[in-house]
Write a protein that binds this ligand. Structure first.
Ligand SMILES: N[C@@H](CCC(=O)N[C@@H](CS)C(=O)NCC(=O)O)C(=O)O
Length: 218
């Protein structure tokens, strides 16, 4: 593992594509970007359907291998290009369980069942319909879930163990996203969020992911 095949990332303009651009930069990898955006019809082109019948970005092409799902792509990249160190805790049974717990919590509780519900029923009402109650209750749910883990974040440089990981990408982007929506984030998370998003890889990825979009970020 680790030999450098050609990498192509399909997709820009969303929080999900941002995760992968950021991870590629953290790993210092050269890659090509196919700049397709969501809701432009580009995910339904014949060429893209061959690659991902789910009609979703991001998609990573790693040599002959196609991989979808932003969190899976981040983990694949980390395993394949062994450039970010692990500490002993992160390699322990307990540390690995904590990793799964964070990955599942951020993906499900902070993203899919709260922020993405807001996205669907506030920004994308032409597709998913308007649902004011769903938006309000999802924001409240997000705040409750985030508050439940604040003590595990405040005062730390990294979410998991003593080194930067894809969990920091995942959490920081959820915090960014909550900010875009107008959710007031607890002050106590400011230091963590600022430090993680000051990383050069984040800054470089943002430029690629959010510049020159056909559809500005809602
Ligand atoms: N669980 C997937 C979600 C990917 C996803 O929902 N992508 C959206 C944009 S955020 C998309 O490609 N939508 C298709 C379209 O709008 O054309 C992931 O994390 O990669």
């Amino acid at each position: 593992m680790g030999e450098e095949t050609e990498l192509t990332l399909w997709g820009v303009g969303t929080t999900r594509t941002m995760r992968v651009h950021w991870m590629l930069h953290e790993l210092g990898l050269q890659y090509k970007t196919r700049r397709i955006e969501p809701r432009t019809g580009a995910t339904q082109s014949a060429e893209f359907l061959q690659i991902n019948p789910k009609q979703k970005i991001p998609v990573l092409i790693d040599g002959d291998f196609v991989i979808t799902e932003s969190t899976a792509i981040m983990r694949h990249l980390r395993r394949r290009f062994d450039k970010l160190p692990y500490d002993p805790y992160q390699l322990s049974i307990e540390g690995l369980a904590a990793y799964d717990e964070w990955m599942s919590f951020i993906s499900m509780e902070l993203d899919a069942t709260s922020l993405y519900v807001v996205r669907r029923h506030k920004d994308l009402i032409e597709i998913y319909g308007e649902a004011e109650n769903a938006v309000t209750s999802s924001i409240a749910y997000f705040e409750r879930m985030l508050n439940s883990v604040i003590d595990q974040i405040v005062g730390k440089s990294f979410l998991w163990g003593s080194t930067f990981s894809e969990l920091d990408v995942h959490m920081a982007i959820v915090l960014d996203w909550a900010g875009f929506i107008g959710i007031h984030l607890p002050e106590s998370l400011g230091d963590y969020h600022r430090a993680i998003t000051a990383r050069p890889a984040y800054q470089a990825a943002r430029k690629i992911n959010y510049s020159d979009l056909k559809i500005p970020l809602a």
